[in-house]
Ligand binder design. Structure first.
Ligand SMILES: CC(C)(COP(=O)(O)OP(=O)(O)OC[C@H]1O[C@@H](n2cnc3c(N)ncnc32)[C@H](O)[C@@H]1OP(=O)(O)O)[C@@H](O)C(=O)NCCC(=O)NCCS
Length: 88
């Protein structure tokens, strides 16, 4: 659905990232998507906290492959989309 969500540094911690992901969830739900995934490097603590607050759950941990290349250690997070599992 998206590759690398980014909020410019000066505008972070103002809720923009949350609004972006919520909009993505709304669109995905309308398209019939059931689960959203996020791949997060271990070093990206801000992103881990961000997705956790949005309700994403860590489902796997290991070395991630991006564009066919092995990268640093990270985790896969997932959010099940349904009327009973909305973002808070
Ligand atoms: C991750 C990112 C998109 C968050 O965007 P944002 O607009 O700052 O996020 P929000 O303001 O909606 O933050 C929502 C919550 O996420 C968590 N969070 C966000 N940034 C955080 C940080 N630096 N440290 C700890 N928690 C953080 C907090 O719980 C925050 O709620 P709070 O401000 O009430 O405490 C932004 O930091 C970013 O662009 N990072 C660089 C790119 C990146 O890593 N993208 C994700 C790749 S997987």
């Amino acid at each position: 659905m998206e590759n690398d969500d980014k909020v410019v540094p000066d505008l972070r911690r103002r809720g923009l990232g949350t609004r972006l992901v919520r909009r993505c969830v709304d669109v995905a739900r309308r398209l019939g998507v059931q689960i959203l995934h996020a791949h997060i490097h271990d070093s990206n603590l801000a992103s881990r906290r961000f997705f956790e607050k949005l309700g994403f759950i860590e489902t796997a941990h290991g070395y991630m492959s991006t564009y066919g290349e092995w990268r640093e250690s990270g985790s896969e997070y997932a959010l099940a989309i349904s009327e009973n599992n909305k973002l808070t």
